[in-house]
Design a protein. Structure first.
Length: 107
């Protein structure tokens, strides 16, 4: 069953938000290259909240999420992100129903 989460990060200031975005972009390169079980990994900026980033992540299943957490690029992100942030809020999600590209609908 798909496994998801939403993470809300609040950066210290505009410079920290820009540095955080660079770190996230570098992490995304590793995710794209090495994580077939990561179905969706998107970094959003909420309207009118320039220091906030909201990540939406969707994995094939919990095992794919655990695989993601063990990757070197993710460990680097987790170790370095705190210097840019004043808060992090994580919400884990169990899917009830949804729609996604056909290639990820039924695996």
């Amino acid at each position: 069953m798909p496994y998801g989460l939403v993470v809300r990060f609040t950066a210290r200031d505009a410079a920290a938000a820009a540095a955080f975005d660079q770190l996230a972009a570098e992490t995304l390169d590793g995710i794209k290259a090495a994580e077939p079980g990561t179905l969706v990994y998107v970094n959003h900026t909420p309207v009118d909240e320039p220091a906030v980033r909201v990540f939406y992540e969707l994995y094939e299943d919990r095992e794919a999420f655990l695989h993601h957490e063990e990757q070197p690029h993710v460990k680097r992100f987790l170790a370095e992100r705190e210097q840019y942030l004043i808060s992090t809020e994580v919400t884990f999600l169990d899917e009830v129903a949804g729609k996604r590209p056909a290639s990820t609908q039924e695996r």
